[in-house]
Design a protein around this ligand. Structure first.
Ligand code: F6P
Length: 532
């Protein structure tokens, strides 16, 4: 990858944006609407079944022009092409970043390497198809000859959040006779209470772990193995038809005792938080069927093609990324909120927390220098209308700037017209109220709504598998663009290592009294001496 020497805050566009930010308090979004009669039309992009209206943002056309100039001065195009070409852009782990290859069609592969990769992905996804269809049709039987009614996916982080989000989000299409459960936390109460409700004869465990080394996942898997052995009298339950491994580390899964034919592999160039498109998504394919799983991939591919080819000022991920940069780096926003008006997308904020904060929660540049500007914001959220009755108070009248993404589906087959109209009316009412505000009535200063609070609105025509795939890929690329503009590596996660190491040291009896800081030592001793 031939990137030019680049630091975002040394560009001309950055300086211009700083100057524009000084002036930005003089204008309101409402004023911008008055002076730009075609603002809504101009600031709206549609791709496939998704529309982004970004007109309710605190940006003038001058700001947008400079944000696009910032992109021009960056290495984005080089980075993007290097990612899709399979270069090792994850420099600290010397890895390619090719989750987009999981949704590529044969015609997207031009070079011999791309064709080879495409064949590999097809083989791996064919395995997902074969296994998911066998389970869905009742042909996959447990050790006593019964078909599967319950899948328990044991995995954490990317091996949990993506599949869980997709299975919930696409519940409209769920198999009527197969329930999918997700166990992630090492908190034993989670797995023990889940297993207690299940029949081991008809339960299948998918152990989802890219590395097949993750403490939480392996302990939960061990508990599940013990459960099968106790309940069904099996020896080495992990070798029975009740266990499937989803992993990029075949050797570890084999050593664990999972039969080769029950290991569904994916490539190590798929990052954990980008792995729902791979065999980690088996639970999704079991739930909604492989055809719909393929629709999800097709929606993501549509977003990939858009990201690769659309001009930057019409490019949905680029637009969302630069707006985020405007708020983070120029208007000093510390967080951003994602508020889906769709209860089935309740887990979207959690999913995006890993995607965004594990990717862009970095403070070292690609050259290994400390950054001298803010990077990824704190992402949070909840569904509407629930959030309206909880934290919206702060959004309307608090002191903080929180740019919001409102997300909704125009049509919902699981709802009815009356509910859906009220739901969507609330979303638009909130985004409008946040932007327009309202003066305080006489002698009632507490009823003042400042307004001028920015938001994006993303509308899908429905929450189909295809639109869902496109929506997730949109955020993947948004995060990529921001990481590239901030000149950081969005694909490693060294920040999580130290805590894991400390926990292991602490659990290791030999160290527990050794190098611990006084507070931790005291707390640990307190737990030890008070546990029953
Ligand atoms: O600790 C963070 C992390 O590495 C995530 O990036 C990943 O999604 C998660 O742990 C689980 O890892 P694995 O799939 O290897 O079990």
């Amino acid at each position: 990858m031939k990137s030019k020497q680049y630091s975002p805050n040394e560009t001309v566009a950055w300086r211009n944006l700083e100057a524009l930010a000084q002036d930005s308090t003089k204008t309101t979004i409402a004023d911008l609407f008055k002076s730009e009669t075609d603002r809504t039309e101009k600031m709206s992009v549609e791709i496939g079944g998704i529309v982004l209206d970004f007109s309710k943002n605190l940006v003038s056309q001058d700001v947008l022009t400079e944000l696009m100039a910032l992109v021009d001065e960056s290495n984005l195009e080089t980075h993007r092409d290097a990612m899709f070409a399979g270069e090792s852009i994850n420099s600290t782990e010397d890895r390619a970043v090719l989750h987009a290859a999981l949704r590529a069609e044969p015609e997207d592969a031009n070079t011999p390497q791309e064709k080879e990769r495409n064949r590999l992905v097809k083989t791996q996804l064919d395995h997902v198809r074969e296994v998911s269809e066998k389970i869905r049709s009742g042909g996959w039987q447990g050790s006593t000859g019964k078909s599967i009614t319950d899948i328990v996916n044991i995995g954490i982080g990317g091996s949990d959040l993506g599949p869980k989000l997709a299975c919930n989000g696409l519940a409209e299409f769920a198999h009527p006779d197969i329930n999918i459960h997700f166990i992630s936390n090492v908190d034993g109460a989670e797995i023990l209470t889940t297993l207690a409700k299940l029949n081991p004869e008809t339960t299948l465990i998918t152990v989802a772990s890219k590395t097949f080394t993750t403490q939480e996942t392996l302990l939960n898997a061990k508990t599940a193995i013990n459960w099968f052995e106790t309940k069904l009298g099996l020896l080495s339950a992990q070798s029975s038809p009740h266990f499937i491994a989803l992993t990029a580390n075949r050797d570890n899964a084999v050593s664990y005792g999972i039969p080769e034919s029950q290991i569904l592999e994916f490539a190590e160039w798929v990052g954990g938080r980008y792995s729902l498109w791979s065999s980690i998504g088996l639970s999704i394919a079991i739930s909604i069927g492989f055809e719909r799983f393929s629709d999800m991939l097709a929606g993501a591919r549509e977003m990939d093609l858009h990201f690769r080819t659309a001009p930057i000022d019409q490019n949905m991920p680029v637009i969302m990324a630069v707006l985020g940069i405007w708020y983070t780096n120029f208007l000093n926003a510390q967080s951003s909120a994602v508020i889906p008006y769709c209860e089935r997308l309740l887990l979207l904020p959690s999913y995006l927390q890993q995607l965004d904060m594990e990717s862009n929660g970095k403070s070292t540049t690609l050259e290994g220098e400390p950054v001298s500007y803010n990077t990824g914001p704190i992402l949070w959220g909840q569904t509407g209308t629930n959030g309206q009755h909880a934290f919206f108070q702060l959004l309307h009248q608090g002191t903080r700037l929180v740019p919001i993404d409102f997300i909704a589906a125009v049509n919902d087959n699981l709802s009815n017209k009356e509910h859906h109209r009220v739901l969507l009316g609330n979303m638009l009412g909130q985004s409008s109220a946040l932007m327009m505000g309202q003066p305080a009535p006489k002698n009632q200063p507490y009823r003042f709504y400042e307004g001028n609070k920015p938001s994006n609105t993303l509308l899908m025509n429905s929450l189909s598998a295809k639109n869902f795939g496109a929506l997730v890929a949109l955020y993947e690329h948004k995060v990529f663009v921001q990481g590239s503009l901030w000149n950081i590596n969005s694909f490693d996660q060294w920040g999580v290592e130290l805590g894991k190491k400390m926990a292991n040291e602490l659990l290791d009896a030999e160290h527990s009294d050794g190098n611990l800081d006084p507070s931790t030592k005291r707390l640990f001793n307190y737990i030890d001496s008070n546990s029953l």
